[in-house]
Design a protein around this ligand. Structure first.
Ligand code: ADP
Ligand code: MG
Length: 483
């Protein structure tokens, strides 16, 4: 498949009347998003641009805020329509902007509409943040899961293999009720008029967050192994791997990140120790150490595990050359861990920015390729080379391999270029590209320096919401059958 890269270089758009109006509103509100996150004192109605002109919208939004779900995994309401009778368990938090909105970039000096101090209707962050701080499940516990349901299992209603059919059915019913409740609640939020764009954004955000936060994702029909690949560096492979995996794990699925990049960025982002002496994926590939012997639990997200990379991996490309079955060593290690009864719902392999033996190992081990594409001009260059390599591996080593998922990252809604790249990619890969795009977000880039994913570092940020939404789309596809 060939990609056209004839995108041109459109100039940065002049701020239009809408931008100016939103900038004015930001100044009127007088605080930045960061300030709002620290001091979430204003109400939803306060943040509306013209509350007096639309009193019914403001009142209805606030009523919906009062009645929003509490973010715990088991929703106990029986009547979705009785929104007003529901009890919120958290206060307002800072706003998140939709993936298609301008990003929160510190690099731009102009007043950015997204830097407005606004609060959302979402009352679920406290619950989410509390969940994020829960103690991680030790690796040893993976062995016991079949017999002793852990807290997450009780909360989510997921059944491990071997549980009886009644449990499965009731957990499905619970998920369906949960979904119906969310949809009804989201539908209860009024749609403000077109002359109040800020109120529309608030309503949209509130709706998305109600639909997403605290939602339990369905299990895939079978373990999914995805190679996150793109031979370009800096396109968001590692960021996507760790955040999607964290979002899946927070939503009740068991996820493993395999760090196959000698830089070890994914291990760092998950707060996993990966100094030279730590047992790592190098030992698995070169010495044949069982995969589970090197897997460590992530301390900030339950159900999330990581096979770290150490600096040793830098030499593995060369050392692998002389080894037997050098291209399929990771695949054998994953198969052996599944045979020993330790299946993960999702395994995401973070690849280095090259198409060497490490990436080939990842492509042989996975049946799906997950390509993050940065919404920038050069992002499309080289994609045809990646597709050719995938095709080669498919023909000679792994017939099941296919590109199943593409995620547009670092989307900047202020530039026409981002939109053009997104349109072009969607045109070529209509089935594979996720509806969600990940906006450029300062929070996303800050999170790794704290050894956390953005899902726990700032669950209310636009980046966290986008990754949660993307992971939800992937989980829905996975539950619908082979992708
Ligand atoms: P790769 O693994 O493809 O080399 P990374 O995931 O390491 O790419 O991302 C490259 C840089 O871009 C990192 O500094 C990361 O923090 C930053 N980054 C990734 N996604 C975003 C985003 N959505 N918003 C802002 N910065 C991002
Ligand atoms: Mg990387």
């Amino acid at each position: 498949m060939t990609m056209s890269t004839n995108l041109g270089w459109p100039s940065e758009p002049e701020p239009g009347p809408e931008h100016r109006r939103l900038g004015w509103l930001a100044r009127m509100l007088g605080v930045s998003r960061e300030t709002a996150a620290l001091e979430p004192t204003s109400s939803v109605a306060d943040a509306l641009p013209t509350p007096s002109a639309h009193p019914e919208d403001a009142a209805a939004l606030e009523a919906a805020a009062q009645g929003a779900p509490d973010g715990t995994s088991t929703m106990t309401r029986s009547s979705p329509s009785a929104a007003a009778s529901l009890t919120p368990t958290a206060t307002e938090t800072s706003a998140t902007m939709p993936a298609t909105m301008p990003a929160e970039s510190g690099a731009n000096d102009a007043v950015d509409p997204t830097e407005m101090a606004v609060t959302t209707l979402d009352p679920t962050d406290a619950a989410l943040a509390a969940g994020a701080g829960a103690p991680a499940q030790p690796v040893d516990n993976m062995v016991d899961e079949g017999t002793a349901p852990g807290p997450s299992e009780r909360e989510t209603g997921h059944s491990e293999a071997g549980d009886n059919v009644v449990d499965e059915a009731s957990s499905m019913t619970q998920l369906e009720h949960d979904h119906a409740d969310r949809e009804a609640l989201a539908a209860a939020i009024p749609m403000p008029g077109t002359d109040t764009p800020l109120a529309r954004e608030l309503a949209d955000n509130a709706r998305r967050r109600i639909q997403l936060t605290g939602r339990q994702f369905p299990k895939p029909t079978s373990q999914r192994v995805l190679t996150v690949a793109n031979q370009k560096g800096g396109v968001g492979k590692t960021t996507t791997t760790v955040n999607v995996a964290a979002a899946l794990a927070q939503s009740g699925l068991k996820a493993l990140v395999i760090d196959l990049d000698p830089q070890g960025n994914a291990s760092t982002a998950l707060g996993i120790d990966h100094h030279a002496e730590v047992p790592s994926i190098y030992d698995v590939l070169v010495d044949g150490t069982p995969l589970l012997d090197v897997v460590q639990p992530c301390t900030t997200v339950e159900n999330l595990f990581c096979a770290p990379a150490t600096i040793d991996l830098a030499g593995a490309e060369i050392e692998l050359v002389s080894l037997v079955a050098r291209e399929s060593r990771l695949q054998k290690a994953i198969a052996a861990s599944a045979e020993s009864g330790h299946e993960f719902d999702y395994i995401l392999i973070d690849c280095p920015p090259s198409l060497g033996l490490l990436t080939v190992n990842a492509m042989v081990a996975a049946s799906e390729v997950f390509i993050p594409i940065q919404c920038e001009y050069y992002a499309l260059e080289g994609l045809s080379q990646l597709l050719k390599n995938i095709d080669l591996v498919k023909r000679h080593l792994n017939p099941a391999l296919h590109v199943s998922t593409i995620l547009l990252t670092m989307y900047d809604g202020r530039t026409r270029l981002s939109a053009q790249v997104a349109d072009e990619v969607r045109e070529h890969f209509p089935e594979e590209v996720l509806r969600t795009t990940v906006p450029r977000s300062v929070r996303v880039s800050e999170a790794p320096s704290f050894g956390e994913t953005v899902m726990t570092y700032d669950p209310a940020s636009s980046g966290a919401l986008a990754y949660l939404e993307a992971a939800g789309e992937m989980a829905d596809r996975g539950a619908a059958g082979p992708t």
